[in-house]
Design a protein around this ligand. Structure first.
Ligand SMILES: [Zn+2]
Length: 258
């Protein structure tokens, strides 16, 4: 199926700076420009991803947070960092609780995350951080975000249970059950991706990204597309969709700017 659905609030949960840009920033940009409140949650700082002499993990963390924040700004998303260890990410209960807190705070109708499988093609093993990020995101969404009796301290902090309506698992170029037409936001996706200068170096990702998203789009007749496995947890009823109690600074700023 292809989808023209625009959620009111979406949260993207991924392991590293640049993961969102590669897989789903076209979707984030499309939703954002149509009024969706978009939150990125980046679990690690991606701060072991350098072979450069003289680079330190602390310095790289700062660079990559800046690049990721710039990439989020390109699509109009707020960006939160959890500072988990890059390369050693684990789907711990502690991290799950942090995500449950954020889901209850921002009340996304849709959460977009990665794929928790070990492998999904004959030429690729899923990165352990990507697998862990996907697993902990899914475990936070179901059943914890909606269960008042798990993490009771969150209730005491005022975070009421929240049910996510749909989960979009980023599926790259594989067969999927949901295709988002990103023809009008492919340029924004590329601009966002190019913010990750420390990773791109001299490589211009444009040709490769256009090729990948065009291959995906071809399956459903779009010029460019991003693909997902979409899971419906609770069909949305627009008139009863809950309002976020704490939309956050960025949303307030945007609301004030009209
Ligand atoms: Zn990654």
């Amino acid at each position: 199926m292809s989808s023209t659905f625009i959620p009111q609030r979406a949260m993207f949960i991924f392991a590293h700076p640049d993961d969102i840009e590669f897989g789903s920033a076209g979707t984030a940009a499309l939703w954002s420009k149509n009024g969706c409140d978009v939150t990125y949650v980046v679990l690690t700082d991606g701060n072991i991803g350098s072979h450069e002499r003289g680079m330190t993990a602390a310095k790289l963390a700062q660079i990559r947070r800046e690049e990721q924040t710039n990439a989020a700004n390109v699509v109009g998303a707020r960006c939160l960092f959890l500072g988990e260890p890059d390369g050693m990410l684990q789907p711990t209960l502690d991290l799950r609780k942090k995500l449950v807190r954020l889901i209850r705070q921002y009340k996304p109708n849709v959460v977009v995350c990665g794929d928790p499988n070990f492998y999904y093609s004959d030429s690729y093993i899923n990165h352990p951080d990507h697998r862990a990020a996907a697993q902990v995101a899914l475990e936070a969404i179901f059943p914890c975000a909606d269960s008042p009796l798990i993490f009771p301290e969150l209730l005491e902090e005022g975070y009421e249970p929240h049910k996510v309506n749909y989960v979009y698992i980023s599926f790259g170029r594989r067969e999927s059950n949901c295709y988002i037409d990103i023809s009008e936001t492919i340029d924004t996706k590329l601009t966002a991706l190019k913010q990750h200068k420390s990773q791109m170096k001299d490589w211009d990702p444009e040709e490769r990204m256009r090729q990948w998203t065009a291959e995906t789009g071809k399956k459903v007749g779009f010029k460019y597309a991003e693909a997902y496995h979409r899971i419906t947890l609770k069909e949305i009823e627009e008139e009863t969709a809950p309002e976020a109690e704490t939309p956050g600074d960025e949303a307030q700023r945007r609301a004030q700017e009209g």
